[in-house]
Design a protein around this ligand. Structure first.
Ligand code: ATR
Length: 280
């Protein structure tokens, strides 16, 4: 029987998961259908119940349901619980189990584009929202220690650090403070929406003090090269956009559903084609 998968969110038309996951199921000869479901907040509980009743084998969860879905699941993986957000649900017999593959997706992309081991490097995260939390918690949970967080509202960065159950050596700072101490970091991770289409010239901070050997990652993928990444490249740093993180979080979900490791390069190609261009 054809297995059913999908993604839930509001809005959902913009999601690239259906084209990416469907192609991979096809390429691997797995009989499956992956469908985008537009679910509004008030229907979330009923939607999860309905998905269980009709036999959905697994699904992705996107904004705004990543946190609010948690009470409606039967089990939540400890990392997802700590992060407070689920992006992947796996059916296990009659239960729905929730995971968060966003942070691990980021790490896999970093390993692919930068280097395998960066655990002794100093990292700076820009932003203190949901995406920053997933990345920060996952990096600390896998053993990285020196990660500072800079945010427009410093209190939010402080709170993120205080709430984190994983051991680390972190401080919170303003964007201005980060600008002046930028040369201390080998890894810069931009997690805010600043610079996202159509605000192409916006950047969260100046990179005047950027370490030339630094690696700068921006989780935005539209545009492929944000103003921040352009500046980093001009200053000689290596850069990465958000395509890799998106693809790897999806690949990890795929693996959880099927126990098959998908072809990440093939998935990446379809996403880049869908976005219409040449990535950096
Ligand atoms: P997400 O879940 O996608 O991470 P979020 O939780 O709304 O989104 O977080 C957005 C992040 O982008 C926050 O760190 C926010 O800073 P504040 O905590 O100070 O609000 C940051 N952000 C968004 N727009 C910004 C702007 N124009 N200038 C500076 N920071 C901005």
């Amino acid at each position: 029987m054809i297995k059913l998968y999908g993604v839930i969110g509001d809005p959902i038309v913009q999601s690239m998961s259906p084209v990416m996951q469907s192609q991979e199921f096809n390429q691997l000869g797995i009989e499956a259908h992956y469908h985008p479901f537009h679910i509004v907040d008030k229907d979330l509980k009923d939607a999860v119940k309905g998905m269980k009743a009709i036999g959905i084998a697994g699904f992705n969860v996107t904004s705004p349901h990543k946190t609010t879905i948690m009470p409606f699941l039967d089990y939540i993986d400890p990392l997802a619980k700590a992060i407070g957000a689920v992006n992947t649900v796996v059916r296990v017999n009659d239960e729905f189990h929730g995971y968060n593959t966003d942070g691990m997706g980021f790490i896999k992309a970093l390993q692919a584009d930068w280097k395998e081991s960066f655990y002794h490097d100093n990292a700076l995260i820009i932003g203190a929202g949901g995406a920053a939390k997933a990345i920060y918690y996952t990096l600390l949970s896998t053993g990285m220690k020196n990660i500072d967080i800079s945010n427009r509202s410093v209190d939010k960065a402080k709170q993120l650090i205080m709430d984190c159950p994983f051991e680390g050596n972190s401080k919170a700072m303003s964007l201005k403070e980060a600008e002046t101490s930028l040369d201390q970091y080998q890894l810069i991770i931009q997690t805010t929406s600043i610079g996202m289409y159509p605000h192409l010239s916006d950047s969260p901070l100046s990179l005047a003090k950027l370490n030339q050997d630094a690696f700068v990652s921006d989780i935005i993928y539209n545009p492929f090269e944000t103003a921040l990444l352009k500046e980093a490249k001009e200053r000689g740093a290596k850069i990465q956009n958000g395509v890799g993180m998106f693809v790897y979080q999806g690949a990890l979900a795929f693996e959880k559903w099927t126990s098959i490791v998908p072809d990440v390069e093939r998935m990446k190609k379809i996403v880049i084609k869908h976005l219409g261009g040449n990535p950096c």
